[in-house]
Design a protein around this ligand. Sequence first.
Ligand code: AP5
Length: 214
Amino acid sequence: MRLIFLGAPGSGKGTQAVYLAERHGIPQISTGDILRKAVQDGSELGRKAQSIMQSGGLVPDDIIIELVRERLVQPDAGNGFILDGFPRTIAQAESLDAMLGEPKAIEMVLFFDVSEAEIVKRLTSRRTCSQCGKNYNVLSDPPPATGICDQCGGKIIQREDDTEVTVRKRLQVYEEKTAPLKSFYSAQNKLHLLHAEQAVEHVRSALDALVARL
Ligand code: AP5
């Protein structure tokens, strides 16, 4: 199963990718998670990415493409994967096609459709474990009152790019650079729309029904 989860920031890609990856025993490959880990580790990649991520911009294509190329040759990606947050530009999508080649091509692209008002609400109320990355939401899935992650014991924080000003910048960048990927994958007959504004469980069922076609 080789899938892409496409959608605006906060559309629920990560929430559903964690579920589906576990269910099918394939990795969730989130470029955002890889970049945040690099920032935390203080690596060269992290130093290059940090200020761009904080401001809501996109990390340059060449850096991201190389990072994904290295990740996809890891043994756990041999039986399939979910790409969550990649590709985000036409150049990234074209490189991915070239990287995979026809026999291993992407089978399905799931587009998470959510309104802007709902996205702003979800992201400004999201809280995240600084250690394992587990997401909570003060409105729909509250974190423990202790502020400590129930999965790993890490400290729960608000991501620096989840303030309203940065969320609106991320949405603008999404419209400009990432939304054109809908036409790109529609032309390949791979795009499937998910009504992702419903409750988490309903989105999950719709997703299960779509991937059952593979
Ligand atoms: P990244 O981490 O990929 O951020 P994103 O795409 O903006 O996505 P998010 O993680 O914000 O949202 P999501 O869709 O996963 O939603 P979630 O499930 O968490 O990227 C961060 C940055 O890294 C980028 O801005 C960029 O700088 C850089 N970057 C990453 N990839 C890059 C690339 N390919 N190229 C260049 N730069 C790159 O849900 C959000 C909240 O809503 C949670 O609190 C959740 O609990 C809640 N929620 C989820 N589903 C529902 C539901 N159905 N109903 C109610 N609440 C829900």
